[in-house]
Every structure is written in structure tokens, then in C-alpha cells.
Design a protein around this ligand. Structure first.
Ligand SMILES: Nc1ncnc2c1ncn2[C@@H]1O[C@H](COP(=O)(O)OP(=O)(O)O)[C@@H](O)[C@H]1O
Ligand SMILES: [Mg+2]
Length: 1011
């Protein structure tokens, strides 16, 4: 959009004028809305002064800032009008504090602009903000989530008020001022004429001061009632961290303690600190329902900040996120694409590992996100970044968090984490920064807290003693026991206290149950359904499941709030939700349900989610959990499968495997039969390849998954699905050194090929036969079969076989054909095939395949003693395979690097790296190739006089090779033996060993080693 010199109010007026007339077929809604219009001051001057390019950068920064401030207050950015931004508070859904939120957003924009101006060299950005509240008409139209169809005078009024504001101030209408409450101070500007409005109106200017805002989760939880007890030492430590961060050198700490001990509370207190006035606060929350949803807390935050609602369809969500990245974060096209793939994947339909380096993308996304996070942290205005409850964190977020912790030191940022003692960080808490253990309260502190609740007024010593004893120093329990005793003792005769105290429940569960029992049945019902849904529950969903009328439901909810069981707020987007006071309270309410009731409720929740399929984004793993708890095991396993596929599609192998394990557990609960076999088979079909890619083909779990899949397939008699599984079974045998077994298994593919010719069977059978032949030292057979593969392979027809085999026959065939030619003495031909493999890999764009192509190039180079080429490709190999997490490829690259270093004279370093690589290789369960590595290492040992080590190594591998039948490397082992004996002064022995080497090479037709 170009910068217009026209009056912004006119532009807005024009926009409103363009707005739709009132078509009668659209449902209209009358409602209160707060509109904020934030215009950039002096844009024409800025443009002239800085030139179009720098100006458009400034403009984007400005938009970024306004969008974030809006979203942080649950507003919607309705439009960018040239340099102005129009935001709605109360659209698409309204809450009573919309005007307050709008003022809060305006305040944030003004603050941040000032902060920004201190950073920007030369440029000065200032905004003029107008805020108006009034009735509007909304013509609801499907797909309109930015409020293009809102009509009302307050839109115009906001624009007029904006013109009254001086640079970097906000002016609000009387209604806004009144409704914003006491949170801010305003200056009365008296009655003003507003163009287009008949009556002059009293308007107000926002004074630069505010009461502290609520974080998203605090807002959910409600205000605290009691002062903090104890925790002086911990608080001092956190303050010190924040002070250091303000000075520009950040840090990290983790608060560790059992549930209810006061971790979250401590963060709340810190946030309200005086010293935090100039700080920014960002909080990410982990959830037990999403322990295996990759990046869940991050996605949840991004959904929230970009205004995604729980009932938005997938493409709506994608639109909103893209808008956030592009318009607000100013990401370029490539960055946007990366972020979209990683945090806004289209879900299960996204093809697993579909294009090059999804893991690489993940790394890039981490970088973009960290940069974004840290960019808001500037000295003087530090950022407090909180990750709550990381005992529930998903593996990908854990990686991201560790990344942030490692980099915090260079930024004005404190990364603060809370966790229970268990979970993925147990045993390595220091990875999260300084460890702060929260201990239980002392008896005196418990009494102090009980009194501070205001509930203990008039309680006798004995009652206080019961509280202290029962709660055992856990603050949450202190609160709950105090509240229960206060209630039960209220209005009783003195003598009855004894009995009440005696009947106090032993556990929090009993306590909450007791509390619940005293509430009316509607409130109980709402609590129970809510507890089934989760700690945070969507009100719309729970109300529809409760079948209560709106008024009754609202009353029930108010009762729960009064009882301090759950509190109202907004969850994702502006979806009305409630949150249980504490995870333990949710557990306790849930614990009060009978097994049958649980099943029934989970079933209802699942059905409601399923019925909503079209709109609401279904989180597959959440649905799978509900279905499992409802005893609907087959459906649960199916949704686990969906979750696993989605995770694999995002490159999150750990999450995918976790879903598969749970899916298989659900499958086990099914009655034996075809249906069960079918679900299990589909789970195994993802499990095997995921294990192979992440742990290497020699991994025993991979073998077990393949064997099981094969068994199921045979039982089902489905020959066309059989070939990939047989192929990978043979591959596992091969990797474990069972060459004869691999051949035998592969015979079955040849039999299938005979019975029913197909390209898939042809390529699989010949590749496997060639691969095994090569390791057996039968180079002519290897040549025949691998040439057959390469000749038949056509990327246009066969590249999608990858999805079934996890093997790219074109690349893999060329890899081994290149090796065969090289060993047979045709080194140039070998190099040619390796190059062709790389070209093809670039075309098919699969990370694992690209890894193989790198291997092809450096291994052929090593064989022909071409150090520079081997060095170059293995360097890329280490980097690439390391990033992707392909362990056996990393190992082979390390060995090659070590070899090249030794060749160049850095023998000790080289040896060290070869040893490390060999150990890593062996750890993946890969039996083959080890003899080759041993011969390279032996030569290096000999070169530095470590003859005993060389001898031991060769002895061991002579024996292994004989056992496994990996005859390809026999000539090399004999050659290395000759080198060793010569160095030991045994020239006769050396000559004899050389003779053996020659004979073996001749037997193998390995011309390379005949000399
Ligand atoms: N030191 C404390 N002083 C006063 N109240 C506390 C203290 N620690 C915790 N509480 C209260 O106990 C309850 C549970 O604390 P919370 O921070 O949610 O626990 P956690 O996050 O460790 O599970 C909250 O209502 C909180 O206000
Ligand atoms: Mg907590």
C-alpha cells in the first residue's frame, strides 16, 4: 500500500463507505466493540528522509509492533491502512474488559515505540492513537475473520480521536475511559468537535502510567488473595538474574518442586516486582495432553498471538499464522515457508519426510524463532521468558528450550523454567540453568500462610495444628485445608470442632471431593465434565456436553469460581474457557469420577470433537487419549496412527515413535483378529522406517518391527504389500552381518517377481542381491545386479517407491555400483556413478537419500586414495548427517575425516577420529564395513608405531570377516597385515601376507587391490 497524504480519517471513512450494504441473507449481530486506530506520525517526512526502502522497513517494524500489542491483548488486527493499523477488541467474541485491553494495547505500543527509538539510529517513530467504544453491526459471513463486515460509528470515531492525539499519545472516548476502569490514569481534554459527529464529545488522553497487566495465564487463574510466605532466598536469586539480564548478560534458572509447592506463584511474584516495570514477559505452558505434540507450547503461543481460535479450520489457521510472520514479524519468503512447515504443518496429510531436510528446516525455524524471541530483549528492557511445567514438554520443544538456555547469556533475557522433579529433564536439570529447589514450608510458615488466607481468623491452635500436619508444608494443601476447615467450622458450636477436625480428609483428592459434594449438582456436573476435558476447558464444549441452559451453566461456573476450584478466562484466541486452580485440583475432581462415568464422559468428549471435524482443529493425540479412556481402543489406535504420521511428516521422530508405542498399546487391548492385525500393521509400517532412519538399519528394534510386520502380512496374505517389508527385513539381516540370511530372505522377492513381475520387486530384488554380493566379495555378481537396478530405474516412475521402501533405488544402486567399479579397478567409472547419485539425490529431495549420495562420493574417493575429494564430501557428510540425526552416516563421515587427516600427516588426530567413528558405527548395530575401517585404522596405528594395537585389531577382524562372510575386505585386511609385519621387521611374513592379499583380490576380481 502506498503512503497517502490524505487524512487517515478520510481513508477510514472510505473504507467504511465501501463496506457491504446490508444484504438480507446474512445474519447480522449488534454488539459492543472497541476500535483502536494507530497511525504512524509523519510518514511522508519519514519517506522523504529515509528513502522508500528504509521507510518500508520502518513501516513493517511499526506494523509488527502494533500487531503484537493487539494480539497480546486478545484483539484482532482488522486492517492495515497504509501506515495505520486498525484493531478490534471484542471481535469475533466480546468480553467485558475489551476497552481495558484496547487501552493496554495502546499503552504497550507507545512504550515500545519509545524503547525502539532508543535503538534505531536516526529514525524516530511515533504513533497517534485513537480508541472508541460503541455499538456496531456485524454481518457475519463465512471466512471473514478479520472483521471486514463490521459497521458502526465507533470506527469513524476512533479515526477522529486519533487526529486529536499529539505524537506518541492516545486519545480515548468517554465510554472507553469509563469502561477501562481504574487501571490507567487519564487527562480530561474537555468537549471536542469530532468531524462527522453532531455533538461535541468529552475526550481523554491516556497518561503514561499503568497498573501492571495480567499475563495470559494469570488472567485465567484469577487474582491472588494471599501474600507470599517465605521464599526470600529464591526470590533474591531470581531478582539478581533479572538485574543481570537488564544489564545485557542473560541467564537461566529452573524452579524444581512437587506440585502445589509454589513454582508458578514465585514467577507471579517476580513478575509483579518493581524492577520488572521495564521488562517484558512471555510465558509458554506445557500440557500433559500434548507431551508428544512437537513444539506444542510454541505453537500454542503462536496460535494465540496470531488470533487463531480453536474452531478455526486448518487453512484459516495457516492464513492467520502466515499473516503474523509476514506482516508482523517481517519474515521473508523463505523464512515464512520454513516457519509454516514447522509450526503450521498441514497435518497428517503432509507427506512424511516429503522434501529435503525437514529436520534442517526445524533447525532453521529454531533460529528464526530464537532470534524473534531475543530481538525483544534489549538492555534496560529485559525479557523474562518462562516455560511452565516442562515435566510435560515434548521432545522438540525440549530441544528448542535448551537452545534458548544456551544462548540466553548473550541477550538481555532470563529463561525461567518450572518442573516437577520427574520428566525429561530429571537427572540433567542443569541443562536448564541454575537449579532452584523449592522446599516445603516450615510449620511456622504454614501457620502464617493459613492465617494469611484470611480463612483462619478465629481458628484455635488445635485447628491450625491440623492444617499444618495434614498439609505437610505444601502451600496448595495449606490453602485447601484452611478453606475446608473454615467452612466446616463456621457457625458451629465450640464442642463440635473436635469431630470436624477428626473428619478432615487425608488427601487433596478427598478434600476436593468434599468441597465438590457441598456444591449444587450443576456445578458438580460442570466440574466433572471440565476435568475430563483437561486443566483448561473450552466452555462451549463443556456447556454443550452438560446440556445445561446458558444461565444455569453460567451460575454453575460462578459457583466453581467462588469455591476456588476453577476460574474463567480465555484460552486460545478469544475462545471462552476456564482453568482449574491447579493441575492437582483437576486430578482430584477427575479422581472423584467412577470408572463407568469416566468412560462415558470421555466418549462424549471424543464424539463432540469428532462431530466438529469440519471446523475445529482436532489434535489427534488428544482425541486418541479420550478414545482410549472411553474404551474405544481401535479408534484410539487409529488416531495415534494419525498423530504418528503427522509427527513423522514434521520430522519429529521421537514424537512419532511415542505415538506408535501408545498406538500399539491400544491395539493390544483389541480382540485378536483381522481388524487388530490391520491396525497394528499400519503402525508397524511407520515404526520400522522411522527406526531405520533415526537409528540405522542395524538397530534391533528396527529388526523386530520388520519381523512383526512380516508376520502380520503373511497372515493377511497381501503379497503386494509384502515386498517392501521383505526388502527391509533382508536389509536388517544384511546390516547385522547375516549375509546368507539376507540372500535367503531376498529369494522370496525373486519368487514374487517370477510370479508377478513388477518394477518394485525387480528393483528391490536386484539391489539387495547386488548389495549382499558386494560385501561377500563377489564383484561380478554385484556388477550384474546393480547394473540391472540402475538400468531399470527411472526417477519419473520410481521415485515414489521411496515412500514404501524408505529406499531410493536409483541413488542407492549407483552408490554400490560406483563402489563395485572402483574395487574392480575402474575408478573413473566409479566416480562417475557417485556423481550421478548426487545429482539424482538433489532431484528427489529426501534427506536420507542425500546422505547416501554423500557417502557414495567420499567412500569411492577413499578407495581410490583421493584425499581432497574424500575430505570435502565427508565434511559435508558430518555436518548434514549430524543435523539430520542419521547416526551411521555421521560415523562413516567421521572415519573418512580421520582417514584424510592421517593421510595428511595429522595421524594422532586422525586416529582419534577414526576410533570415535568406528565406535559410533558399531553402536548402531551395523556389522558390515567394520573390517574396512579396521584396515584403515591399523595402517594409521602402524604409522605411529602402535603395532600391538594394529595386530589386535587385525586379528579380531580376520575372525569377524571369516564369521560373517564379508569377503570384500579380506584383501585389504591382508594388505594391512603385510604393512604391519614389514614395520615389525618381519619381511618374510610381510611378503607372504602380500601374496595372500593378491590371491584374495584376484578371487574377488578386485583389480584395485591386486597390485
Ligand atoms: N510461598 C507461598 N506463599 C503463599 N502462597 C503460596 C506460596 N507458594 C504457593 N502458594 C499458593 O499455593 C498454590 C499452589 O501454588 P503453585 O505456584 O500453583 O504451585 P506449583 O506451580 O508449584 O504447582 C497457589 O494457590 C499459590 O498461590
Ligand atoms: Mg505451576
Amino acid at each position: 500500500m502506498s503512503t497517502s497524504t490524505r487524512h487517515p480519517g478520510d481513508r477510514l471513512g472510505a473504507l467504511i463507505a465501501q463496506g457491504p450494504a446490508e444484504p438480507s441473507d446474512m445474519p447480522s449481530q449488534h454488539r459492543q466493540l472497541t476500535v483502536m486506530f494507530a497511525d504512524l506520525v509523519g510518514s511522508t517526512a519519514l519517506l522523504e528522509e529515509h528513502g522508500p526502502e528504509a521507510f518500508s522497513d520502518l513501516l513493517r517494524i511499526y506494523h509488527n509492533l502494533c500487531t503484537e500489542a493487539t494480539r497480546t491483548q486478545d484483539g484482532t488486527v482488522a486492517n492495515y491502512l497504509g501506515d495505520g493499523v486498525i484493531s478490534y477488541f471484542g471481535y469475533p467474541r466480546g468480553t467485558e474488559d475489551d476497552p481495558l485491553r484496547a487501552v493496554q494495547a495502546a499503552w504497550t505500543i507507545l512504550q515500545n515505540l519509545e524503547q525502539l527509538n532508543r535503538k534505531l539510529a536516526g529514525a524516530r517513530l511515533a504513533a497517534r492513537i485513537g480508541i472508541a467504544t460503541g455499538r456496531v453491526i456485524i454481518h457475519q459471513k463465512p471466512g471473514d475473520y478479520y472483521g471486514e463486515n463490521v459497521v458502526g460509528a465507533c470506527l469513524n470515531k476512533a479515526a477522529r480521536l486519533q487526529t486529536l492525539a499529539s505524537a506518541n499519545t492516545a486519545v480515548v472516548c468517554a465510554a472507553t475511559r469509563k469502561l477501562a476502569g481504574k487501571a490507567f490514569d487519564f487527562e480530561d481534554l474537555g468537549p471536542q468537535d469530532l468531524k462527522g459527529f453532531e455533538q461535541p464529545e468529552v475526550v481523554f488522553r491516556l497518561r503514561p502510567r499503568r497498573r501492571k497487566g495480567l499475563s495470559r495465564f494469570e488472567a485465567l487463574r484469577g487474582e491472588r488473595r494471599t501474600p507470599l510466605v517465605g521464599r526470600d532466598r529464591e526470590l533474591a536469586l531470581l531478582r539478581k538474574l533479572m538485574a543481570r539480564a537488564a544489564g545485557g548478560s542473560g541467564g537461566a534458572a529452573v524452579l524444581v518442586g512437587e506440585p502445589g509447592i509454589g513454582k508458578s506463584r514465585l514467577i507471579d511474584v517476580l513478575r509483579r516486582d518493581r524492577a520488572m516495570e521495564s521488562a517484558r514477559f512471555l510465558s509458554l505452558q506445557c500440557s500433559p495432553a500434548h507431551q508428544f505434540s512437537s513444539l506444542h507450547p510454541v505453537k500454542d503461543y503462536l496460535d494465540w498471538v496470531s488470533g487463531v481460535n480453536a474452531d478455526d479450520a486448518r487453512d484459516v489457521r495457516r492464513d492467520k499464522l502466515r499473516r503474523l510472520f509476514q506482516s508482523a514479524w517481517q519474515t521473508d519468503e523463505e523464512q515464512t515457508a520454513v516457519l509454516m512447515d514447522v509450526v503450521a504443518s498441514s497435518g497428517p496429510e503432509q507427506e512424511a519426510n516429503a522434501d529435503i531436510g525437514i529436520l534442517l528446516k526445524r533447525r532453521m525455524a529454531f533460529q528464526i524463532l530464537s532470534k524473534k524471541v531475543f530481538s525483544t530483549a534489549v538492555p534496560g528492557h529485559p525479557l523474562l521468558l518462562v516455560f511452565e511445567d516442562v515435566h510435560w514438554i515434548d521432545p522438540t520443544s525440549a530441544e528448542f528450550l535448551e537452545n534458548l538456555v544456551r544462548n540466553a547469556a548473550d541477550h538481555a533475557c532470563t529463561v525461567l523454567t518450572t518442573t516437577r522433579p520427574e520428566g525429561p529433564f530429571a537427572g540433567r536439570l542443569s541443562a536448564l540453568g541454575e537449579v532452584v529447589q523449592l522446599e516445603r514450608l516450615s510449620d511456622a510458615q504454614s501457620v502464617e500462610l493459613a492465617k494469611a488466607t484470611g480463612l483462619a481468623a478465629g481458628m484455635d491452635e488445635e485447628t491450625l495444628h491440623v492444617i499444618v500436619e495434614k498439609s505437610d508444608g505444601v502451600p496448595l494443601f495449606v490453602e485447601e485445608y484452611a478453606s475446608m476447615l473454615a467452612e466446616n467450622l463456621g457457625g458451629r458450636e465450640k464442642g463440635e470442632g473436635q469431630k470436624v477436625r477428626r473428619d478432615v480428609p487425608m488427601t487433596l483428592g478427598g478434600l476436593v471431593q468434599n468441597k465438590l459434594d457441598r456444591l449444587n449438582p450443576h456445578a458438580q456436573k460442570v466440574a466433572r465434565i471440565g476435568a475430563t476435558v483437561g486443566r483448561v476447558f473450552d466452555l462451549q464444549l463443556v456447556r454443550s456436553l452438560s446440556a445445561l441452559g446458558r444461565t444455569t451453566f453460567d451460575k454453575a461456573l460462578a459457583t466453581l469460581e467462588a469455591a476456588d476450584i476453577a476460574h474463567r478466562g480465555t484460552a486460545s484466541g478469544s475462545q471462552p474457557a476456564a482453568i482449574f486452580k491447579h493441575a492437582l485440583v483437576q486430578d482430584a475432581v477427575y479422581g472423584s469420577l467412577s470408572t463407568a462415568e469416566r468412560r462415558r464422559l470421555h466418549g462424549l468428549v471424543a464424539d463432540a470433537m469428532l462431530a466438529d471435524k469440519g471446523g475445529r482443529r482436532i489434535t489427534a493425540e488428544v482425541l486418541a487419549d479420550h478414545l482410549l479412556a472411553a474404551g474405544r481402543n481401535r479408534e484410539s489406535a487409529e488416531w495415534r496412527l494419525t498423530a504418528a504420521m503427522a509427527a513423522a511428516g514434521e520430522g519429529s521422530a521421537a514424537e512419532a515413535l511415542a505415538h506408535i508405542t501408545r498406538g500399539l498399546a491400544a491395539t493390544e487391548l483389541l480382540p485378536a483378529g483381522d481388524e487388530r492385525d490391520d491396525v497394528e500393521l499400519r503402525l508397524r509400517a511407520i515404526e520400522g522406517p522411522t527406526l531405520m532412519v533415526t537409528r540405522g538399519p542395524g538397530n534391533p528394534a528396527f529388526g523386530a518391527a520388520q519381523a512383526r510386520a512380516l508376520e502380520l502380512l503373511r497372515r493377511q496374505n497381501k503379497p503386494d504389500n509384502l515386498v517392501p517389508v521383505i526388502y527391509n527385513t533382508a536389509l536388517h539381516d544384511w546390516a547385522c552381518g547375516r549375509l546368507a540370511e539376507a540372500d535367503r530372505v531376498n529369494d522370496e522377492i525373486f519368487a514374487i517377481l517370477d510370479a508377478e513381475p513388477s518394477d518394485a520387486a525387480y528393483l528391490a530384488a536386484h539391489t539387495m542381491r547386488g548389495l549382499v554380493a558386494w560385501h561377500r566379495g563377489d564383484n561380478p555378481a554385484a556388477l550384474e545386479h546393480l547394473s540391472a537396478t540402475v538400468a531399470r530405474y527411472d526417477p519419473a516412475l520410481h521415485r515414489e517407491f521411496y515412500m514404501r521402501f524408505l529406499k531410493e533405488f536409483g541413488v542407492f544402486g549407483r552408490f554400490y555400483l560406483g563402489l563395485t567399479h572402483t574395487v574392480m579397478g575402474k575408478t573413473a567409472e566409479g566416480a562417475k556413478h557417485a556423481k550421478a547419485a548426487l545429482e539424482l539425490a538433489k532431484l528427489v529431495k529426501r534427506p536420507h537419500v542425500y546422505g547416501f549420495a554423500l557417502l557414495a562420493n567420499f567412500v569411492t574417493a577413499m578407495l581410490r586414495d583421493d584425499v581432497p575429494t574424500a575430505s570435502r564430501y565427508s565434511e559435508e557428510g558430518i555436518e548434514f548427517a549430524g543435523r539430520q540425526g542419521f547416526p551411521e552416516m555421521v560415523a562413516m563421515s567421521m572415519i573418512c575425516q580421520g582417514w584424510a587427516k592421517a593421510k595428511r600427516g595429522a595421524i594422532d588426530t586422525g586416529i582419534h577420529q577414526m576410533e570415535e567413528g568406528s565406535a559410533l558405527w558399531a553402536m548402531t548395530g551395523f556389522a558390515n564395513w567394520q573390517a574396512y575401517f579396521a584396515s584403515l585404522l591399523s595402517d594409521a596405528y602402524v604409522a605411529v608405531g602402535r603395532l600391538d594395537e594394529a595386530r589386535a585389531l587385525l586379528d579380531r577382524h580376520d575372525e569377524r570377516v571369516a564369521r560373517f562372510g564379508e569377503a570384500q575386505f579380506e584383501p585389504l585386511l591382508a594388505k594391512s597385515r603385510a604393512v604391519l609385519l614389514a614395520a615389525a621387521g618381519d619381511s618374510g611374513g610381510a611378503a607372504a601376507a602380500m601374496q595372500i592379499a593378491r590371491e584374495r583380490a584376484a578371487r574377488n576380481k578386485a583389480a584395485l587391490w591386486m597390485g
